[in-house]
Design a protein around this ligand. Structure first.
Ligand code: SME
Length: 161
């Protein structure tokens, strides 16, 4: 039987990925793969990035693991994703059926977390994770997801691709 890794184990693995990846794109792809594979309740893991120069601003689907989503482009006034990007705050939703902002990606999704990515203080994208389990994201998960988002922000500050 496959056992979910602990948050501490995964954080250490993510840190070593960040040290060995050259570009943000490379780190984003490896990160979604690792989180999806090692954390068994993270059933969809993906990035949405702000489209450069888009007016009005829009989030565009980046590297992801899990089923294809119908939401490849999300305006900032829509969804949990739009809420996290427009406020610059992590959003945790324990029961997506009770949140009117929620845009359905899969009928199996029960809970969701979205953490913004900052480059020099500005939101440039976000890390979005859906779970088939209600209230899957505890404080330690939030800390891990925000850590992942901040590693991408730092990598983007060094090399903007
Ligand atoms: N549920 C998100 C949409 C993206 S999918 O989950 C991949 C939202 O409400 O913004």
């Amino acid at each position: 039987m496959q056992v979910s890794a602990t948050v501490q184990e995964v954080k250490a693995e993510i840190d070593s990925l960040a040290a060995s990846s050259v570009t943000a794109q490379e780190l984003m792809s490896a990160m979604v793969e690792l989180l999806h594979k090692r954390m068994l309740k993270y059933n969809w893991v993906g990035f949405y990035m702000m489209e450069a120069g888009a007016q009005p601003p829009v989030l565009v689907l980046g590297p992801f693991q899990g089923a294809m989503t119908p939401h490849a482009r999300i305006p900032l006034h829509e969804g949990i994703c739009g809420a996290a990007a427009s406020t610059g705050k992590t959003v945790v939703v324990d029961d997506v059926t009770k949140d009117p902002r929620y845009l359905a990606c899969s009928l199996e999704t029960k809970s969701e977390i979205v953490a913004p990515i900052f480059v020099r203080g500005k939101v440039v994208g976000e890390l979005d994770i859906d779970s088939h389990f209600p209230a899957a994201f505890a404080l330690e998960d939030q800390t891990l997801v925000e850590h992942c988002a901040s590693l991408i922000g730092k990598k983007l500050e060094k090399s903007p691709v």
